[in-house]
Design a protein around this ligand. Structure first.
Ligand code: ADP
Ligand code: MG
Length: 678
């Protein structure tokens, strides 16, 4: 590979200590990483408008000739303002540049430029401020827009980029064998990297994007599969089939569904194998994953191994602790709760209990996988609501103890195509059946005008003895949002819900406080829980049969489905009322999907159709390595092709050890930050 491509970013001409720092701030430490600083979009200078038609207070592209530059003005606070008068041949406009005399000096009187910037002013006098520009004599009129940082201009970045690309061209490399490139109709990597930054046409940029998105998805699949292969090699805490679990099943307060039974069989079979289990348990909300998890814990403990269950929030950890204690303690199994908010003294005592083996099942938040916790004999690790944990944490878990069996549980049903990527490192069990007698949650979407009537209905259900959730969006967890939720609760207490007991539950509350409120709600002392999305995952109160979701437009489909999953958990008819005043097309579709089905897999398919896979990769929820391009540029088609390609490659060379695959393997390792030790 080209010399210098992987050296420090300062290797490039014009990059000294100061600019180097700026690049590092963007996560760019080498010329190679600079090349992979992919533009988010392009600016097309070909679509310029006359000054007269420029939209005010908006960004426009103008073609301007400068006829007079004025001397820079220093104003208070050290600000320097530079101005120049320009014309498009008919109308004049003032160009304003702040704090960049250097950039201003580069502009010449009499020259013509394409300029992109915010146009302000009025009919008589217009200004364009801080424009991005190129000379009208440039051949390439499409310019990338990059994430930048203060003090690093796009022009500097482009200069450095040119040089970095020269380094690449001096000794070009290609990660895909020619046959594959031909088969999937992909351009060369060199062409892609050059044209993603300096495209001469839109088509060139598109071709480049396709190749890079394909690469990224391919590497993602390969990396996940290699992680799977790696764990396949370690030894396991082998368990014995001789241990029966019927006794446990008979002790449950209900009869397991066939799907639960099947999942338990798959799990216990894995745990008796030579290699550690690495399985995903996917089941829609309310399908009864906890009972399956409890069975796995029972099996592990009866085989003489400890089991750990990790939940994403303290509320959920506490709830699991309660449920598992109920299911397991009758069999003499100890269930211990370990969360982050313990006093050091208590924590030390628990550590001792875990290290001595006195604790059989340990339930907690991520505190249970921290380095200072030592297990006597950890045989099984279960993580609940997997989407909150990243691939990295999954890998960290694998390091604990003597390669324990791993089970991850997810209540976010995802379409198979996506599951294969995101959980490519896991085997999958699906609970595709709800416990008997469950009735689908009746769902209605209404506008704010009907709020009073909706609450009339809520009151009627409360009077019948049911409980209700009222969910308010608190997306940013900011003071302002918090205030809005508090005010909402006060208004409700005086208005629509006057006379009913209600309490507030939100993410900013202390764990003990949250648990106190949850306990009261569970015990039926509170009729209405006004809450933020802290109830989204896992919370289980069967008597709660009504949910109202305010500002429903602020939630995505899968989040709405998760929220709604809090009701319809018992024998009662239950209802979910979505309130929104948003009449946009997209929101209407979402509400329609929610009202027409309660099948999580169907909803996730629809979600994928509506948003496209790129949007999915762009959200932080999945815990995948950060993607640079597939999050904005991928289509279902590219995704399927990359999947097929990964399958073929691995079928032929499972560890990517053949010489022709070496570059691809290196590149894959780079994406996963060397998480996978090949
Ligand atoms: P989730 O899969 O969403 O985590 P839970 O494990 O919390 O679901 O179970 C939801 C509710 O269904 C709980 O109240 C649980 O006790 C109950 N449940 C689980 N399995 C069954 C079953 N086979 N029959 C009846 N009720 C069940
Ligand atoms: Mg659950």
């Amino acid at each position: 590979m080209g010399t210098g491509l992987f050296s420090e970013i300062e290797y490039l001409r014009g990059v000294g200590k100061a600019r180097g720092e700026k690049y590092r701030k963007l996560g760019i430490t080498s010329p190679y990483e600079l090349i992979y600083h992919i533009p988010r979009a392009y600016l097309d200078f070909r679509c310029h408008v006359p000054v007269r038609q420029a939209e005010l207070n908006a960004y426009n592209v103008l073609k301007l000739t400068i006829f007079r530059k004025m001397p820079p003005q220093r104003v208070r606070g050290g600000l320097v303002i530079c101005k120049a008068a320009a014309t498009d041949g008919i109308d004049d406009i003032i160009i304003v540049i702040y704090n960049n005399v250097y950039g201003f000096n580069a502009l010449k009187e009499g020259e013509t430029y394409y300029m992109y910037g915010k146009v302000t002013g009025n009919f008589l006098r217009r200004e364009i401020s801080a424009p991005t520009y190129i000379s009208a004599s440039e051949k390439i009129l499409i310019q990338p827009i990059y994430p930048l940082t203060q003090g690093l201009s796009v022009n500097m970045l482009r200069q450095n980029m040119k040089q970095a690309l020269e380094l690449l061209k001096a000794d070009p490399f290609e990660t895909l064998p020619t046959e594959l490139r031909e088969k999937y109709n992909l351009c060369s990597l060199e062409y892609a990297l050059e044209n993603i930054h300096f495209p001469e046409t839109e088509e060139a940029a598109e071709t480049a994007r396709r190749r890079l998105a394909f690469d990224e998805l391919l590497k993602l699949q390969l990396g996940m599969s290699m992680m799977k292969t790696r764990s396949r090699r370690s030894t396991a805490c082998k368990m014995s089939r001789e241990i029966p679990i019927d006794e446990f099943e008979r002790g449950l307060p209900f009869e397991l569904t066939e799907a639960q039974q099947r999942a338990i069989n798959e799990i216990t079979a894995d745990m008796c194998g030579e290699i550690p289990m690495n399985r995903l348990l996917q089941g829609d909300v309310g399908s009864g994953k906890t009972a399956v998890a409890a069975a796995a814990c029972y099996f592990s403990v009866k085989n003489g191994f400890q089991a750990a269950l990790m939940a994403p929030t303290e509320i959920l950890a506490m709830q699991h602790h309660r449920t598992l204690s109920e299911f397991l303690e009758p069999f003499g199994i100890d269930v211990t709760l370990l969360t982050g908010s313990l006093t050091p003294k208590k924590k030390a005592a628990l550590r001792e209990k875990i290290a001595s083996g006195e604790a059989d099942v340990i339930v907690g938040t991520h505190a249970i996988i921290q380095k200072d916790i030592e297990y006597k004999s950890l045989g099984l690790v279960i993580t609940d609501e997997q989407h909150r944990f990243g691939v990295a944490q999954r890998a960290a878990l694998a390091e604990k103890g003597g390669a324990p069996h791993k089970l991850v549980m997810s209540a976010t049903p995802i379409p198979r195509t996506l599951a294969l990527i995101i959980y490519g490192d896991l085997d999958i069990s699906v609970i595709n059946q709800l416990p008997k007698g469950r009735k689908p949650v009746n769902t209605y979407a209404v506008t704010g005008k009907l709020r009073h009537r909706a609450f009339g209905f809520v009151r009627a259900r409360l009077d019948e003895g049911r409980q209700a959730y009222v969910v308010c969006p608190m997306i940013e967890e900011s003071e302002n949002d918090l205030l809005a939720v508090k005010t909402y609760a006060e208004n409700a207490a005086e208005g629509d819900l006057k006379g009913y007991t209600l309490e507030l539950l939100h993410g900013r509350m202390k764990a003990a406080e949250k648990e106190r409120v949850m306990k009261k709600f569970r015990d039926g002392e509170i009729q209405v829980l006004i809450c933020t999305t802290v109830v989204e995952v896992g919370v289980d109160v069967p008597n709660a049969a009504v949910m109202v979701i305010e500002n429903a437009e602020r939630f995505g489909l899968s989040q709405l489905h998760q929220l709604r999953g809090r009701v319809g958990r018992g024998e009662y008819d239950s209802t979910c009322i979505l309130i929104t005043d948003n009449t946009g097309e997209e929101c209407r579709r979402r509400m329609k999907i929610m009202s027409s089905t309660t099948d999580g897999f169907k909803i996730s398919e629809e979600d994928l159709k509506m948003r496209g896979p790129g949007d999915f990769f762009g959200s932080a929820q999945h815990g995948l390595p950060p993607l640079k391009i597939a999050d904005i540029a991928c289509s279902m088609e590219i995704m399927n092709e990359a999947q097929e390609c990964a399958r073929e490659l691995l079928a032929d060379d499972p560890t990517l050890s053949k010489p022709e695959n070496r570059a691809l393997k290196m590149d894959t390792l780079r994406l996963f930050n060397k998480e996978i030790v090949g």
